[in-house]
Design a protein around this ligand. Structure first.
Ligand SMILES: [Zn+2]
Ligand SMILES: [Zn+2]
Length: 234
């Protein structure tokens, strides 16, 4: 209550440096946006992992070349390192939904400079397991996706990609186990024939969850699946 009152009376402070005021309608200053969310880093066009500097001109990482994922492209705002990791954790664990709004707006701005993104693509957030939503009270990916859809003028669809199976936390598992862990975790309600889809999530670690989501979307007829994520684990 106090915070929302202060927010209305004072220009919002930058969430990262707490020094400069954010530009109107954002809560990050231009310095921090340039320092921590700058585009232009060479990344794998499929999974958004940073490409090694010794391979100039490469478009895909070795892993995606060996095992082609079900999704076609990934765009990330940043790597999952400080201060972005702290922002993501604050959003998830202290319900800082203003950060979800910020991430959604930054993703919209990033996508507007990507020529490859289909202009007719619908926006689908990665659903959380029901148990997780009940614990946390919200799905951060839905909030990011909603802010993104508003800023980018896109249609959001929240009731077609469903989490049908609760999966144990992925953190402690090796890559192979992660893949097995998420197998069959999603289903799609109805058809997506000929649809291009933008899938929104907060963090991509190995990509197993997003790969499984893309598999379900394509099985339902989706043509092109492009992930939009806040942060990529390096
Ligand atoms: Zn700042
Ligand atoms: Zn890759």
């Amino acid at each position: 209550m106090l915070r929302s009152l202060a927010y209305r009376l004072l220009p919002p402070q930058c969430v990262v440096c707490e020094l400069h005021a954010g530009a109107p309608s954002t809560s990050i200053c231009t310095h921090c946006e340039t320092d921590f969310f700058a585009p232009g880093i060479d990344r794998c066009e499929r999974c958004a992992i940073r490409l090694p500097v010794e391979q100039p001109g490469a478009r895909m990482c070795g892993r995606c070349l060996t095992t082609v994922p079900n999704f076609d492209a990934t765009t990330t705002l940043a790597d999952y390192v400080s201060p972005v990791d702290g922002m993501v954790m604050a959003m998830k664990f202290t319900a800082r939904l203003d950060l979800a709004d910020l991430f959604g707006r930054l993703l919209a701005r990033r996508l507007s400079v990507l020529p490859s993104a289909a202009s007719d693509a619908i926006v689908i957030p990665v659903p959380l397991a029901f148990e997780r939503v009940r614990q946390r009270g919200f799905n951060q990916s839905s909030h990011i996706a909603r802010a993104f859809a508003v800023a980018a003028g896109r249609r959001i669809v929240v009731d077609q990609l469903l989490r049908v199976r609760h999966t144990p936390p992925q953190l402690s598992l090796a890559l192979k186990e992660r893949r097995r862990n998420v197998r069959g975790a999603f289903s799609v309600e109805g058809k997506l024939d000929g649809q291009n889809v933008l899938v929104v999530d907060d963090v991509m670690t190995t990509g197993s969850t997003l790969d499984e989501a893309a598999r379900a979307l394509k099985k339902a007829g989706a043509v092109h699946v492009h992930n939009l994520i806040v942060a990529r684990t390096p």
